[in-house]
Write a protein of this length. Structure first.
Length: 344
C-alpha cells in the first residue's frame, strides 16, 4: 500500500500520496501527524515490538510475507484497540466496522508462545488480530471478556505485586488509575478507552522520546493544561515507588473521538518495573535520580506542590494487606516513606 488514506472512524483526515501528507481534517488528525507529517513513520510506531520472541512466532503463524513494521501494521489496516485511527487504500470502500477487531484468536500465542497455540493460530483463516498493533517490550495480549477488552501482560510474582500495589496506592490517593487485577503469571488491565469510545494518544505523539518532566509540563500547558495535576501526581507516584520506566509510550492524553478535543491525562498504567519488581531496592534517597528530578520539577513549579498527596505508614500497610501477597511488608513501608520524606 504505497499511497493511502488516514481515517478516524469513517472520516478521512489525511491522504498519504507520493510521500507527502495532505491534511483534510486537522481537528481529528492523530497528534503524531500534527507534529511529524510522515504517515509511514507514524505506522511504524503502531507495530508490535519485533524483539519480543512471541512477536516472531505470531508473524510466522500468520504467514506474513513481509515482517517489517509498516507491513505488519498494514496487515490490520493499522487499527488498534485504543484509538479510532486506521488506513485504507485510496479509493477503497472499506468501512471502520469492517476492520475493527472482534476476536482474540491469537491471544494465547502472543502472551505465552506455546507450541500448541502456535499450531492452533496457524489454522485460523481470519488473520486480523489486535496483537500486531499491541506495542511494548513485555509479552502481552488482548483478550475479549464479556464484550470488554482486557490487556494481559506477563509478570512474575514481584512484578505482579508491584503493579497491583501501585494501582491500589494510586486509588488511595484519589488518582485516576487504569483498573488492574492479578492473573496467572500475569497482570490484567481493563481497556480504559472502552473499545476506543475515547482515544488514547500516547505522549510519544506530541513529545517524541523527550521524557524531561519540565518539558512535558510546558507542552501540557500548551496542549491540555487540565492534564497537569494528574501528570504531577503520576510523577510523584513514580518517585516514591521508584518507577524508572515512565516513558512517552506509557502515559498520554485522552481525546474525544467525535471532535478531537483533548480531555485530560490518561489513567495511570504500566508500573510493573517499579518498587520490588527487580528485587528489594537498597538505594539511598539522597543519591536517587528520580527524587532529584522530581525535586527539580517542584523547584520550577512550586505552585504544583498543592497536588501532592499525603503519605502515611498506615496507608501503605493497608494497601499491602489488601493485595494479600507474601512480601517484606515493613521493608516496603520504610522504602516508600523514606522516598516520600526526601521530596522537598
Amino acid at each position: 500500500m504505497k499511497d493511502f488514506e488516514v481515517l478516524s472512524r469513517d472520516t478521512v483526515v489525511a491522504i498519504w500520496k507520493d510521500n507527502k501528507l495532505i491534511v483534510l481534517n486537522n481537528d481529528l488528525l492523530p497528534l503524531y501527524l500534527k507534529r511529524i507529517s510522515n504517515a509511514e513513520s507514524w505506522l511504524e510506531t503502531r507495530a508490535i515490538d519485533s524483539h519480543r520472541p512471541n512477536s516472531r512466532l505470531l508473524k510466522k503463524a500468520l504467514r506474513l510475507a513481509e515482517k517489517d513494521d509498516v507491513s505488519t501494521v498494514l496487515h490490520v489496516n493499522a487499527a488498534t484497540i485504543t484509538d479510532t485511527y486506521w488506513v485504507r487504500e485510496i479509493g477503497s470502500s472499506l468501512k471502520y466496522e469492517d476492520i475493527r477487531f472482534t476476536k482474540d484468536y491469537f491471544s494465547n500465542l502472543a502472551l505465552r508462545g506455546l507450541y500448541s497455540s502456535f499450531n492452533s493460530a496457524a489454522r485460523h483463516k481470519d488473520t486480523k488480530t489486535p496483537e500486531l498493533t499491541n506495542i511494548g517490550s513485555f509479552e502481552k495480549c488482548w483478550k475479549l471478556k464479556d464484550g470488554k477488552w482486557w490487556i494481559y501482560k506477563s509478570a512474575n510474582q514481584k512484578e505482579q505485586f508491584s503493579e497491583l500495589f501501585i494501582y491500589e496506592l494510586g486509588k488511595a490517593f484519589g488518582m485516576n488509575m487504569a483498573h488492574y487485577e492479578k492473573g496467572v503469571k500475569c497482570v490484567k488491565s481493563l481497556d480504559f478507552t472502552d473499545y476506543a469510545s475515547v482515544i488514547f494518544e500516547p505522549a510519544s505523539s506530541f513529545m517524541g522520546d523527550e521524557e524531561d518532566y519540565i518539558k512535558v509540563v510546558e507542552k501540557l500547558k500548551e496542549l491540555c493544561p487540565k492534564a497537569i495535576p494528574d501528570y504531577i501526581k503520576m510523577i510523584f507516584l513514580d518517585t516514591i515507588t521508584a518507577n524508572p520506566d515512565r516513558h512517552t509510550a506509557n502515559f498520554g492524553l485522552m481525546r474525544d473521538a467525535k471532535n478531537g478535543e483533548l480531555l485530560g491525562l490518561a489513567p495511570n498504567f504500566d508500573n510493573n518495573m517499579a518498587l520490588i519488581a527487580r528485587g528489594y531496592p537498597t538505594s539511598k534517597p539522597a543519591n536517587d535520580l528520580l527524587i532529584t528530578l522530581f525535586n527539580e520539577l517542584m523547584d520550577n513549579f512550586p505552585e504544583y506542590k498543592k497536588f501532592l498527596p499525603k503519605v502515611t505508614e498506615q496507608m501503605i500497610m493497608k494497601v499491602i494487606s489488601k493485595i494479600n501477597m507474601k512480601v517484606k511488608s515493613q521493608v516496603i513501608v520504610d522504602f516508600v516513606i523514606k522516598r516520600y520524606q526526601a521530596i522537598k
